[in-house]
Design a protein around this ligand. Structure first.
Ligand SMILES: NC(=O)c1ccc[n+]([C@@H]2O[C@H](COP(=O)([O-])OP(=O)(O)OC[C@H]3O[C@@H](n4cnc5c(N)ncnc54)[C@H](OP(=O)(O)O)[C@@H]3O)[C@@H](O)[C@H]2O)c1
Length: 283
């Protein structure tokens, strides 16, 4: 359990999970340093915050280390500590691996993996000095098992999962808690206006063209049926911050929790059969 007012740094607060988490935590009495690439996009967030003094906006692009270093320096100068870091900012680039250009792959890893690591690297010296702190990384169920047409996104989220697990062990001696939150489909801009697709996806000559159409139809239907709202993820993050001994992983989505359990207890062949029958799969 953290002290009553904590300084919480969150990345990617212009929309979705970051925005809802920033609003909820600021309205719950914490000081939230909400970062985003372009702070002119902050209106939706500021409109939701009823205690404006609890919200501090700063610009940060997690692929640009100089913006990370200057934001962290400024937080320490103004507020003295960073008690919680929520590594939320991320992107998706959907599509089959071969339809991705090398630049697509580099961009998504630079954001979802290197970006997260760079923010963590900038904050850690201060948390170690304090001998306390908490890091919450936003992973995904796609970081627990991988499915077609999101293999590259999945690879980044597996990296987030592994990074979180290793970091948790490394930081225990300093009293720093590390957790990964792994949501199922969430109704945010990531699945609408912020959705990116691999460069060759729309090419009818791609060998994956038909499979992509099938996968997209599947994911759209699945999302409509099972997606959760970003407020649910924000509430879980608030709960984690208020827990004395947070777990390594928190998975969100009832159906996904059952799938996760099954694929971990079933023999691999049966687990694969289960995935093939319940998610898009191709002979
Ligand atoms: N939506 C889902 O189904 C889902 C499921 C599981 C996990 N997640 C994870 O949840 C996290 C938040 O995503 P979301 O669903 O809330 O999507 P979102 O509404 O698209 O929000 C993503 C946020 O990340 C920011 N961002 C992207 N690249 C950035 C960069 N280089 N530097 C700083 N900020 C950057 C975006 O800012 P701009 O406005 O500047 O683009 C935006 O604020 C991501 O890590 C995502 O992988 C999402």
């Amino acid at each position: 359990m953290l002290k009553s007012q904590t300084n919480i740094l969150i990345t990617g607060c212009s929309s979705g999970i970051g925005l809802e988490t920033a609003a909820l935590l600021a309205n719950s009495g914490h000081r939230v340093i909400a970062t985003m690439r372009d702070i002119t996009k902050a209106k939706e967030l500021t409109d939701k915050v009823s205690i404006p003094n609890n919200l501090c906006l700063m610009s940060m692009d997690i692929t640009k280390p100089e913006t990370i270093v200057s934001a962290v320096k400024s937080i320490i100068e103004q507020f003295g500590t960073i008690d919680v870091l929520i590594n939320n900012a991320g992107i998706t680039i959907d599509g089959f691996f071969e339809d991705h250009s090398p630049e697509d792959v580099e961009w998504i890893f630079k954001t979802n993996v290197m970006g997260m690591m760079n923010v963590t690297r900038a904050v850690l010296p201060y948390m170690r000095k304090q001998k306390s702190g908490q890091i919450i990384n936003i992973g995904s169920i796609a970081g627990r098992w991988a499915l077609p047409a999101i293999s590259v996104y999945s690879a980044t989220k597996f990296a987030v999962d592994g990074f979180t697990e290793g970091l948790r062990h490394e930081l225990m001696p300093w009293g720093i808690k590390v957790t990964v939150v792994e949501p199922c489909f969430v109704n945010t801009n990531m699945v609408t206006v912020n959705r990116n697709v691999a460069a060759n996806t729309a090419n009818p000559h791609s060998p994956y063209y038909v499979m992509t159409e099938q996968a997209e139809a599947f994911y759209e239907k699945y999302g409509q049926k099972y997606e959760i709202e970003p407020e649910v993820v924000a509430a879980k993050i608030k709960e984690i911050i208020n827990t004395s001994n947070p777990k390594l992983r928190y998975m969100l989505g009832n159906r996904e929790q059952i799938t996760n359990l099954l694929i971990r207890i079933l023999p691999e062949r049966l687990a694969n059969l289960f995935l093939k029958n319940n998610y898009p799969a191709y002979e």
